[in-house]
Design a protein around this ligand. Structure first.
Ligand code: HEC
Length: 106
């Protein structure tokens, strides 16, 4: 019994570590590649933490937001360049940045 508990605890700790690493990647990518527009609302970008601006976008679903962040999107307020113009970023990092912005916009 004790052994099972130890294994379960170790598993939980590992899960915690993975989640933190992903959150870090999102925040890092956001600051590096997305903040220029999304930090200030420049060029018509939905501003970081602005629930009114993000609410209707989040309703479209994460899959759509990922697509628009990865491949670019021209909407009513402006143009979102593919990967924020940083095509050297991995898809996973861009998705993590979307997660990071969505988490702070709802
Ligand atoms: C050059 C400015 C600029 C940069 C850099 C930028 N964005 Fe955007 N982004 C925009 C604009 C403008 C819009 C709004 C487009 C519209 O709805 O008219 C937008 C919209 C979005 C949306 C919402 C799309 C939708 O369907 O409503 C997501 C998600 C997004 N950006 C993610 C990112 C991520 C992730 C990064 C960094 C990797 C990033 N953006 C970098 C300008 C930028």
């Amino acid at each position: 019994m004790k052994k099972i508990l130890t294994v379960a605890a170790a598993g939980l700790m590992m899960m915690g570590a993975t989640t933190t690493a992903m959150a870090d990647a999102g925040e890092k990518t956001f600051k590096m590649a997305c903040f220029a527009c999304h930090g200030t609302g420049a060029a018509g970008a939905p501003k970081f933490g602005d629930k009114a601006a993000w609410g209707p976008r989040i309703k479209k679903g994460k899959a759509t937001l990922y697509q628009h962040a990865l491949h670019g999107f021209k909407g009513k307020s402006g143009t979102m360049p593919a990967k924020g113009g940083r095509t050297d970023l991995s898809d996973a990092d861009v998705k993590a940045a979307v997660d990071y912005m969505v988490a702070h916009g709802q």
